[in-house]
Design a protein around this ligand. Structure first.
Ligand SMILES: [Zn+2]
Length: 261
């Protein structure tokens, strides 16, 4: 199985997983770059997965459905998205490209956001997670429709996945997220290491993704709200009464802080 991030717009990736003949694509906000990739590799589109309703994730659906009418579009049961063939929710499984794909409900960025998890890819490689705009490299999505408690619970579910899980999120936000992460947790040496590594990747024109769940546990401040350094930073920043230092209060303060950073 081959995994490809197809760049779209300014900083989106449309993830493609293929076996040399057929492919599945995740969150095709724009049809053109995806079609170009499929055509250049001689791939047939088998299935489209959608994580949530935002335009930069679904904008290519109409054109792709015309071109590939046999490829079902699978998306979240809880969101109004035109052109879905199958609506899925937490615990559902689909057999796609010979892979068992599990659906996880992850409310927070939007109310009905889902992710797709392949725990045991048939090629024996590490698990795969397509998590849309929930977990980003060293960051997390904005709370457009959900509460901080919902988003934190969703991120906790992802953090509990196997550490080797490859994290395929939809935006190349990693370097900007790392600047914030270094600001709020300057004592974390893994962060400095990651920043050097990811800066070199971007300078060479490569994506910083997929990352891994273990790397996110070690460096993503939104998964580290129980760490003393982050608690102290958030308590200084947060308005009363969020100064109780609970992981939820720390998360809420960090998310608000990042919005203004
Ligand atoms: Zn979004």
């Amino acid at each position: 199985m081959t995994l490809i991030p197809v760049p779209a717009f300014t900083d989106n990736y449309i993830w493609v997983l293929h076996d040399g003949r057929t492919a599945l694509a995740v969150d095709p906000g724009d049809a053109a770059p995806l079609e170009q990739t499929l055509d250049s590799l001689g791939l047939t589109l088998q299935t489209i997965l959608v994580t949530h309703h935002h335009a930069d994730h679904v904008g290519g659906l109409a054109r792709l459905r015309q071109r590939w009418p046999a490829a079902p579009v699978i998306g979240p049961a809880g969101e109004a998205i035109a052109g879905l063939d199958e609506r899925v929710q937490d615990g559902d499984r689909r057999q796609l490209l010979g892979q068992s794909v599990q659906v996880l409900d992850l409310p927070g960025h939007t109310a009905g956001h889902v992710a797709y998890f392949i725990e045991a890819p048939s090629d024996g490689c590490a698990p795969l997670l397509f998590c849309g705009d929930t977990l980003f490299g060293a960051g997390c999505g904005r709370l457009f429709e959900g509460t901080p408690a919902q988003m934190q619970a969703s991120l906790a579910r992802l953090a509990a996945l196997p550490g080797s899980t490859r994290v395929c999120c939809t935006h190349e936000y990693t370097l900007a997220n790392l600047r914030f992460a270094r600001h709020v947790e300057p004592g974390n040496e893994r962060l400095a290491e990651r920043e050097r590594h990811d800066q070199a990747l971007r300078a060479a024109g490569h994506p910083t993704l997929p990352s891994s769940i273990q790397l996110e546990r070690d460096t993503n401040p939104f998964l580290r709200c129980d760490q003393a350094e982050l608690q102290a930073a958030a308590c200084l920043r947060a308005p009363h009464p969020a100064r109780d230092g609970t992981p939820l209060a720390v998360f809420t303060a960090l998310r608000d802080w990042k919005n203004r950073f």
